[in-house]
Design a protein around this ligand. Structure first.
Ligand SMILES: Nc1ncnc2c1ncn2[C@@H]1O[C@H](COP(=O)(O)OP(=O)(O)OP(=O)(O)O)[C@@H](O)[C@H]1O
Ligand SMILES: [Mg+2]
Length: 340
């Protein structure tokens, strides 16, 4: 590997980049604002500020959907901008790139991660791919190289990936299209139905961060602003924690169902390892209050909510590039493998 190495976790809501020897050098919303279909006016957190506030000629969009690159052209523009931000005015030299990719995707979708780097403005040495669950487990501080099985559940923005790992590889995994965004949407629609209040995605997300609790909890509420569905005028309402629970619980149970399906298919020797060490929960949505309590109640297993859960994948890429004992976890993809 070259002296300069970057690890990239292209998430649905955020992009995180790790630089060898430095740590996380970029953590921004993975979003782009384009005016009149051609002029990029903002990227990342700055574009997110414009989200749901921009006039009709400005499109503010997320190029990654359900964990895969849905809008290649805009993702390429974003990557070029983000890397330029990291390099600053210095002319970037060649670097190696390690990219985390979801496991259950098609060959074409997988290839698009590789091609993104190849087609960027970057001077590229080697490109390596790491399966997301592997990076995730390493970032969560687990030893994945031994024959001891581990279970990791990453609850992100658009997806939840449930995986069983052993001996540096994936034994079983399941990717479901449920994550924090579904919870936000559900909060939005319940607030509209119950309070006749139309709220935006950002407000729904902030209600979730303040009140979302996986078990019915003691009373709590937040004041929110939106538009009254009936009068069309700006209005303010108090949204209660039981309303938020009502909105999110069915999705939390869908995540638990996916965990149970994987547990049922887990080879018995690995099951006994999991009884010992428990389930590791990662991803930004792992921060929902009392999530450990609910999953424990449903599975009777020990639940570990990983600290800094939103960064486990990118930190795992970091460990893989810093520790040569882990280098076998990254696969090289050779350009000639691909038909262009
Ligand atoms: N304190 C919190 N409580 C609840 N949810 C949170 C909290 N903080 C962040 N989240 C949610 O975590 C999600 C982002 O997590 P993460 O960064 O792991 O996703 P991602 O990697 O962009 O998405 P994906 O892995 O699905 O592609 C968002 O839906 C966000 O609302
Ligand atoms: Mg993610």
């Amino acid at each position: 590997m070259a002296l300069r190495v970057f690890g990239i976790d292209l998430g649905t809501s955020t992009i995180k980049i790790y630089r060898k020897g430095q740590g996380i050098v970029l953590d921004e919303r993975n979003i782009i604002a384009i005016a009149d279909r051609k002029n990029v006016i903002a990227v990342g957190d700055e574009a997110y500020d414009m989200y749901e506030k921009a006039p009709a000629n400005i499109a503010v969009t997320y190029p990654v959907r359900n964990g895969v690159i849905a809008d290649v052209a805009n993702m390429l523009t974003l990557l070029n901008h983000f890397m330029q931000k990291i390099f600053g005015s210095k002319r970037p030299g060649a670097a190696d790139y390690i990219v985390a990719v979801p496991t259950n995707i098609t060959e074409v979708e997988r290839r698009s991660f590789y091609e993104l780097i190849v087609n960027s403005n970057l001077k590229v040495g080697h490109i390596k791919i790491v399966e997301k669950p592997v990076a995730d487990a390493v970032g969560a501080g687990l030893d994945v190289m031994t024959a001891r099985g581990v279970m990791v559940v990453n609850i992100g923005a658009d997806t939840t990936e449930v995986s069983i790992l052993s001996l540096g590889g994936i034994v079983l995994s399941k990717l479901i299209p449920i994550g924090g965004n579904k919870l936000d949407e559900s909060i939005k629609s319940i607030v509209k139905r119950k309070y006749n209040l139309y709220i935006g995605d950002k407000t729904a997300e902030s209600i979730k961060k303040k009140l979302a609790c996986a078990i019915p909890q003691v009373e709590g509420s937040v004041k929110v602003y939106g538009r009254d569905v009936v009068t069309g005028l700006p209005a303010e309402m108090e949204v209660s924690s039981d309303t938020v629970y009502e909105a999110i619980s069915e999705y939390l149970y869908a995540i638990i169902d996916a965990i149970k399906i994987i547990l049922e298919r887990t080879p018995p020797e690995i099951s006994s390892d999991i009884i010992d060490s428990g389930i590791y929960i990662t991803g930004g949505s792992a921060k929902i209050f009392s999530l450990d309590e609910l999953i424990h109640k449903e599975t009777e297993l020990k639940i570990n909510i990983c600290p800094d859960s939103a960064n486990t994948v990118v930190n795992g890429l970091g460990k893989i590039m810093e520790d040569h004992k882990l280098s076998t976890l990254a696969d090289s993809l050779k350009p000639k493998t691909f038909v262009r």
